[in-house]
Design a protein around this ligand. Sequence first.
Ligand SMILES: Nc1ncnc2c1ncn2[C@@H]1O[C@H](COP(=O)(O)OP(=O)(O)OP(=O)(O)O)[C@@H](O)[C@H]1O
Ligand SMILES: Nc1ncnc2c1ncn2[C@@H]1O[C@H](COP(=O)(O)OP(=O)(O)OP(=O)(O)O)[C@@H](O)[C@H]1O
Ligand SMILES: [Mg+2]
Ligand SMILES: [Mg+2]
Lengths: 253, 253
Amino acid sequence: MTIVITIANQKGGVGKTTTAINLAAALAAKKKKTLLVDMDPQGNSTISFLQDESIDKSIYDALTGTTTQLKEVVHKADLDHLWIVPSRISLAKLESKLIGDFDAHFRLRDRLESVRAEYDFIIIDTPPTLGLITVNALVAASHLLIPIQSSYYALEGTDDLLETLDKVKSRPNPDLQVIGVLITLHDKRTTLSRDVAQKIQEAFGDKVFKTVISRSIRLEESPAYKESIFSFAPHSSGAFEYYSLSEEVMARV
Amino acid sequence: MTIVITIANQKGGVGKTTTAINLAAALAAKKKKTLLVDMDPQGNSTISFLQDESIDKSIYDALTGTTTQLKEVVHKADLDHLWIVPSRISLAKLESKLIGDFDAHFRLRDRLESVRAEYDFIIIDTPPTLGLITVNALVAASHLLIPIQSSYYALEGTDDLLETLDKVKSRPNPDLQVIGVLITLHDKRTTLSRDVAQKIQEAFGDKVFKTVISRSIRLEESPAYKESIFSFAPHSSGAFEYYSLSEEVMARV
Ligand SMILES: Nc1ncnc2c1ncn2[C@@H]1O[C@H](COP(=O)(O)OP(=O)(O)OP(=O)(O)O)[C@@H](O)[C@H]1O
Ligand SMILES: Nc1ncnc2c1ncn2[C@@H]1O[C@H](COP(=O)(O)OP(=O)(O)OP(=O)(O)O)[C@@H](O)[C@H]1O
Ligand SMILES: [Mg+2]
Ligand SMILES: [Mg+2]
């Protein structure tokens, strides 16, 4: 039974991509066959593993084309057990391309069907919006992971995300579950970070992962070398914390 | 002649809101009549100055309603010379509401016309996307300010923003100028930050402001107290840097 985890939060810069790339790498290290699908037109997950020149077709072609199968846009990463579906800026046109289509919300779910069974985990990175792209990722997923930065603007936007989640659960994807809320970019030295982390715990209770991802320069640097935190800085706090997150994720599915 | 500055970059979490609120406050401190327009459905600029309960109608009502004038949604901030046009999540519906409208791109510009002359500066905060909301802000503006975080993913997305800028300049708003590129969240102790800052200088040359905004906890904390950096921590690096930015902005208009 393939687990499909969408990582979403419309607040920008909260660690969606950093979580997607390192959780996918941690699961691959545990010898789970993992597919990382980049549904963000910015393509940050894509450039964390693949060289730009190696990419020809992307997720946009598989979602809108009539001849391109999803299989054709899957790239093998340098890591064992990890494959990547890249994204390019053309994906930003998805919403206007699919306007009015009855199955617009189901495109990703339908196209993933042909490869889904080959993987133990599918991780989907999303852009900082709640439009058709993110809705597609929520309809295709079995689980939703919500990264929240422990900072002032963080809690403001979660109501809207939960409202979108309810809409998705009520009709296109009733089985969608929140696998957990992840506190990211945490700086335990500041009262603001501690205060907001406390508020996140109060708002989401047991849903909050015990693992908290602290701010660490190694996590910021590793994508520049096309590496996950595990090969770039295996003994760093980031490596330990994302490994611990992967243990919690596996315990919850 | 009113200067209208839109702050945009579709990369999330790069300091658009932090720049909008503190640049607006700095200009107000220089006794320039300043209007801060929040065009982000997340409403982060709004909650940095206004109490949620005090807001009835928002920018969405003025942009889509037939009876609500823009004047009616202008709120006075606690700061002299500063007024705020608040945003609420309803603004996320703007794109689907205006689809097919010939003047969809000009809505903000048209509605601002009735108040524009009352202000010396209008600062517009935008969401992390390049959709109709941000295009409206670009069509309404005389200048574009681009904040870029000195971090790995930062430079990837700027091509798309510049492409959107060219499209806006070619038809709806030929006079739009880039007033400058601002390096934000800079940490001079790390090689990554220094390397990316160098790349930003090489890519944008003279457009880059001499002022660089360093990472500082005071900038993260001040909105939680509904204050700008100038009243919250007047002697902090953030206050000095955003004041220095306001000097450069005024020298360039
Ligand atoms: N734990 C961390 N420690 C230090 N830096 C981090 C951490 N997590 C993320 N970052 C950095 O913060 C910035 C934002 O993170 P990231 O790009 O992963 O967020 P995002 O939510 O995917 O952004 P977007 O909304 O644009 O998609 C990046 O520069 C990233 O390298
Ligand atoms: N110079 C700085 N020093 C420390 N923290 C900062 C600085 N600038 C911004 N921040 C913090 O970084 C986070 C992102 O900043 P901000 O919300 O202003 O970015 P944004 O581009 O408006 O995000 P979005 O894309 O979601 O609109 C916030 O928590 C903010 O408080
Ligand atoms: Mg991202
Ligand atoms: Mg913002």
